[in-house]
Design a protein around this ligand. Sequence first.
Ligand code: NAD
Length: 441
Amino acid sequence: MKVTVFGTGYVGLVTGACLAEVGHHVVCVDVDADKVARLKNGQIPIYEPGLDGIVISNYEEGRLEFTTDAKHAVAHGTMQFIAVGTPPDEDGSADLQYVLAVASTIAEYMDDTKIVVTKSTVPVGTADRVRSAMMTGLKARSTDLTYHVASNPEFLKEGAAVADFMKPDRIVVGTDSKDVEDAMRELYAAFNRNHDRMLFMDVRSAELTKYAANAMLATKISFINEVANIAEYVGADIERVRQGIGSDPRIGYKFIYPGCGYGGSCFPKDVKALASTARQVGYEAKLLDAVELVNEHQKTRLFDKLHTYFNQDLAGKTIALWGLAFKPNTDDMREASSRVFIEALWEAGASVKAYDPEAMNETQRIYGQRPDLQLMGTKEACLIDADALVVCTEWKAFWAPDFNLVKESLKTPLIVDGRNIYNPHQLEDLGIDYIGIGRSN
Ligand code: NAD
């Protein structure tokens, strides 16, 4: 099938490459000329396991094209996917300007029937706004071309995006048209062979499904973090509690890991956007507001623990930091807990020596060159002359370090473990002070 994808970010690029991988002809269009030029040169702007291989091979085999030429892109696809960003507006609602700009572009250039599919995460009612933006564009051209607007929210996880797209848990499609349903079944046939993963529903329910999924996951994290904080006060160990509750199949072990807060481009913005949607219709989403508040507080915990350990005086101290990305297997730093921690350290007069397997360039791009931030080539290099070690992201490379080396290198034998990846008793035996999340040791 002929497919056009607007946006070559995490979602657009993965969607385009995976659809091309199974044989569809895909044109990816972006307004960022630099990004498009890099993609044409085989440079993948983001780190995502398995993505570079399929982008390069499908590009070379002619099934995947990159362009900034919107007219050419619109002419190509029967299906037009919108996968542009929907960042939070000042009031927390989703900013739809990029989505609606694409709708107008499609209306400006289309010359046959199109199926317009929103893959971006968009609030309930956005399909109506896309439809009306297109209607306005087509009226201006005095044409009566027809089009469908459908919703197909994306559930991929950064860090496993290609695998998730190739083997989705479900493919949600919001449409009231049998033609769109048939087209979507054909498009996704290769991803739907093992069993039927396609869930068709009305557009509004599809739009809400995506927010409900992310809000549920964020709620699980804030819930366990809240219990972890209580555990610290009452002298319990959250890791025992986590296993104790996870053993109940109604609860399960997944996604109840305590830590230093969730980040990324999706959970924080989607929880806020859903609460904002609720407010707009006169409903106060108290649980969602609390999920967000708990998370913001959790992101400050690492600094508070370190500050307390050093008697409220971090001025002049150097902190070794392992992990900058908001989670492992990505270079994405959007809303990362590490940023809250680093900025608090700077505020207190401390400096940082940091290492991350993939997010160092992104860190450099965000903060530029500054004397209180040193990005080191290895995790061991961060430790030299540092006062303490803090772990912010649970990359596999950090799970089994040489603790004797850590102890010898640090000025103070202290590890603050923001993801509870170490065994407190093992570290205690080695003479290393250990502070985790929700652990009374
Ligand atoms: P992103 O910021 O990485 O990429 C968006 C891209 O769209 C950018 O390259 C930008 O230049 C481009 N763009 C903006 N306006 C354009 C236009 N008019 N025409 C063509 N391109 C344009 O965003 P992302 O992380 O891929 O997210 C996209 C959407 O998917 C968001 O709504 C997000 O909430 C949702 N989503 C993201 C994830 C994720 O893990 N990142 C997962 C599921 C859903």
